[in-house]
Design a protein around this ligand. Structure first.
Ligand SMILES: [Zn+2]
Length: 184
């Protein structure tokens, strides 16, 4: 991974499913019980909390528009997630989600950058040139590219998508260790 000159003015954007928690195959995380942290996430976030000014989750959740879950269901999942992260000594400053289906043509579903712009509205100090997007899919990388961020792909041990030009790490914990300069 390249050495980013990170200081406390940088922002970390994180995808949720496949980065923070285990992605369910052909299903959505609808309850806190279905939410399972990926290995190392709760260890990674306290490291990242020390490095970054803001840590922001941006997540596509079209299960809402498909009526497989409600906004309230998603809120419960995120409350429990943030509680557990805080208990472990980590921090999430904001979570933005796109509830729309891919056919809706909204401006917030990644790879569109609506959620980055919402974050910038709430945290005006955010500088996309001093932001890193960490995600597990091509659309996450396109989101970061479209907003002018640095991008890092989490592979979860799988082959990166065809033509990926971004640095690849196995997990959020690997990213945290590399970016903090600690290689145990
Ligand atoms: Zn949307």
């Amino acid at each position: 991974m390249p050495v980013y000159d990170i200081d406390k003015s940088w922002t970390l954007f994180l995808d949720r499913d496949g980065v923070i928690n285990v992605r369910l195959i052909d299903d959505y995380v609808k309850t806190p019980e279905e939410f399972r942290f990926s290995e190392g996430t709760l260890e990674a976030l306290p490291i990242l909390a020390k490095l970054f000014k803001n840590i922001i989750i941006v997540t596509n959740q079209r299960g809402i528009s498909r009526e497989l879950m409600t906004e309230d269901d998603l809120s419960s999942v995120h409350s429990a997630m943030i509680r557990d992260i805080s208990r472990a000594g980590g921090r999430i400053d904001a979570v933005y989600h796109c509830p729309h289906n891919s056919s809706a043509g909204c401006t917030c579903r990644k790879p569109a950058i609506g959620m980055a712009l919402m974050a910038k509205e709430d945290f005006p100090e955010i500088d996309f040139a001093k932001s890193i997007m960490v995600g597990d899919s091509r659309s996450d990388m396109s989101f970061g590219e479209n907003a002018g961020m640095k991008c890092v792909l989490v592979s979860n041990g799988e082959k990166p998508y065809e033509g990926c030009t971004h640095p690849v790490v196995g997990s959020l914990l690997e990213f945290a260790r590399e970016v903090s300069g600690s290689h145990p």
